[in-house]
Design a protein around this ligand. Structure first.
Ligand code: NAD
Ligand code: MG
Length: 293
């Protein structure tokens, strides 16, 4: 097998400025993020599994959806109605593979919707044994003075409350052998000053993940998180960073470039699969070299 240098495997900064309105679309990014459709080869590691992935239309969630399906899992994704173009192109990838993507759009800041989503996904698939809590809101602000109560509330609702609501529902129906995987961040270890509210949620998600893991294993359910570093996704140019920061996204990571969503999918496959049966309450960093300790 040809050795490949990770530093040059994917695009490096500088990138173009490319403002988008939130929640943003993968399809509008330059370059388009690598979702693994061209590269992921399944080995049946999730055969028969039933997965719900929030934010599954784009970015990290999309790459996880592709990998999970190719590993044999049935997949439901949630996303916002504005993101239908990304969800549609993902459905086409599934169809080309001979798989069916179940789509359940809706706003996770709505408690009733977030709770019902878990029940609906389980009903659609005849059960639920993987839940990836990946939807996220990130809005850069230069100073605490510029964070509105509305922004703070929306960031908490999307990242923390929705996780709580969905995990409460999932814990009630998941059988032993299931996995819950919240997506935290390097921001949950080393908060950037311009991401104060967002980093706060990622610390909360880390604590929740480790704490819930101790409860959930008593039911045979494993809970583990993933902590990405700077990843090339629509979250960043749609308000998650300034446009100046977008041009240098990933430059500060030891590897010198942002990660692509396809480079994270393996972590999610591992954590969901029986290969990780003794891995509980762990947060797996995929950061391009920035320490998560
Ligand atoms: P992304 O924009 O592709 O995915 C985020 C998704 O969140 C969107 O696709 C959207 O469907 C969903 N979402 C946002 N608000 C929602 C709401 N109210 N209701 C329902 N869905 C909603 O970007 P991504 O970078 O792939 O983000 C996925 C996760 O990765 C997030 O939790 C993010 O915090 C985390 N993360 C990203 C980075 C990065 O550099 N991109 C780094 C660390 C962690
Ligand atoms: Mg999206």
């Amino acid at each position: 097998m040809t050795l490949r240098d990770p530093r040059t495997l994917h695009p490096q900064p500088p990138f173009e400025k490319q403002p988008q309105d939130p929640p943003g679309l993968d399809a509008k990014m330059k370059p388009v993020p690598a979702d693994g459709a061209e590269s992921w080869v399944g080995h049946g590691r999730l055969e028969g599994r039933k997965a719900l992935i929030t934010g599954g239309d784009s970015g990290i969630g999309r790459a996880v959806a592709i990998a999970y399906a190719r590993e044999g899992a049935e997949v439901v994704i949630n996303y916002l109605p504005e993101e239908e173009p990304d969800a549609e192109s993902l459905a086409e990838i599934f169809e080309a593979d001979g798989n069916t993507l179940h789509r359940m759009p809706g706003d996770l800041m709505d408690e009733a919707f977030a709770r019902q989503l878990v029940k609906d996904a389980a009903e659609k698939m005849g059960g639920l044994d993987i839940m990836v809590v990946n939807a996220g809101k990130q809005v850069t602000q230069p100073d605490i003075a510029s964070i509105s109560s509305e922004q703070f509330d929306q960031t908490m609702k999307t990242n923390v409350y929705a996780m709580f609501w969905m995990c409460q529902e999932a814990m009630a129906i998941m059988p032993p052998g299931s996995s819950i995987i919240p997506v935290t961040s390097i921001q949950g270890y080393d908060p950037a000053p311009q991401l104060l509210d967002y980093a706060t949620t990622k610390y909360a998600m880390r604590g929740f993940t480790i704490g819930l893991a101790k409860q959930a294993i008593e039911k045979g359910i494993r809970v583990n998180g993933v902590a990405p570093g700077p990843i090339w996704t629509a979250l960043q140019p749609s308000g998650g960073q300034t446009q100046e920061a977008v041009t240098q996204h990933g430059a500060g990571a030891p590897i010198g470039r942002p990660g692509q969503p396809s480079e994270l999918a393996g972590a999610f496959v591992y954590l969901a699969s029986d290969e990780a049966s003794y891995t509980i309450g762990e947060i797996l960093g995929v950061t391009g070299g920035a320490p998560t300790a």
